[in-house]
Design a protein. Sequence first.
Length: 136
Amino acid sequence: MEYKYERKINYYETDRMGVVHHSNYIRFLEEARCSWLESIGLPFATLEENGITIPVLAVNCEYKHHVTFNDVIIVEMVVKEYTGVRMTVQYKIINKNTSDIVLVGETKHCFTNKNLRPINLKKFNKEFSNKFENLL
């Protein structure tokens, strides 16, 4: 199931050339993930209260086009893979005004307990696991 997150580019996110600095896109992906988790009823606070964290293992981004101050972007994301232990999320960032594809990428995650030890969410919390499985 695809999820869309929209945000406006702030002036402080741009560099001397007037374009969004490449490092900010990682933040945009995280903002979209946080919003998505809230939308499925699993905000980070709820996960952490239940002893679950979802650290990022890898990020892969390909920058296609730039955006500037005041542009509006849409982050489209979808869960590509979920095993209970690992999850891969794919992203596409689009400039809402021009329809240019700004970025394509993915993040890889694992599920851990509060001590950062890997867990199988299917065994650790079946209710939460079902929410992720329903997204495939």
